[in-house]
Design a protein around this ligand. Structure first.
Ligand code: GNR
Ligand code: NI
Length: 184
């Protein structure tokens, strides 16, 4: 297993369309395992391949113990509306309210290449939509109004200097805030 570097806003890989995985090989399983390790170390509830610089259509999530590796995930049903605060490991310390479907059904392949469906509500549904967006180059800040997006980008303009080369190195055990003094 290995910790992967997380790419932050400004890295073009976050804006790329991913390519479907043709076969769930040992290499794919290795990437899934490394993504889980990286997500846990970063204290995230989800992680998509572009966030670790990869263009395969792969994401992982763990929302309160509901843990899924998702290869080639797609939303097959969606309903309801829900607004909630989102954050992203690729846009550290920026948070904003986003409207999402309250309920989604997602179909994907698991780490054995077997098709499954997850019927999700609440935070798990939000996280799945957030990750699938990543797989299409879309970020939560894209949903903000012009004014809110401008405010978020002004804050990010200061934050981004902490990530030279758009790379964020995760240190296990380190606070998820990049500025621990701000937690006081
Ligand atoms: O850790 C994360 N928390 C989160 C909170 C609300 C909505 C979505 C998320 S996903 C995010 C991890 C991440 O950036 N995944 O791509
Ligand atoms: Ni994200």
């Amino acid at each position: 297993m290995a910790l992967l570097e997380i790419r932050v806003l400004g890295d073009p890989v976050l804006r790329e369309e991913t390519r479907p995985v043709e076969a769930v090989t040992d290499e794919v399983r290795q990437l899934v395992d490394d993504m889980f390790e990286t997500m846990y170390a970063a204290k995230g509830i989800g992680l998509a391949a572009p966030q670790v610089g990869r263009t395969e259509r792969i994401a992982v999530v763990d929302v309160d113990g509901a843990r899924y590796a998702l290869v080639n995930p797609e939303i097959v049903a969606a309903d309801g509306k829900r607004r909630g605060e989102e954050g992203c490991l690729s846009i550290p310390d920026i948070y904003a309210d986003v409207e999402r479907n309250a309920h989604v059904v997602v179909r994907a392949l698991d780490r054995d290449g077997k098709s499954f469906e997850v019927d999700a509500a609440d935070l798990l549904a939000v996280c799945l939509q957030h990750e699938i967006d990543h797989l299409h180059g879309k970020l939560f800040v894209d949903y903000l109004s012009v004014l809110k997006r401008r405010a978020a980008m002004a804050k990010w303009a200061k934050e981004k200097d902490r990530y030279p080369g758009y790379v964020r190195t995760i240190v296990p055990g380190e606070s998820d805030s990049e500025h621990p003094e701000e937690e006081l």
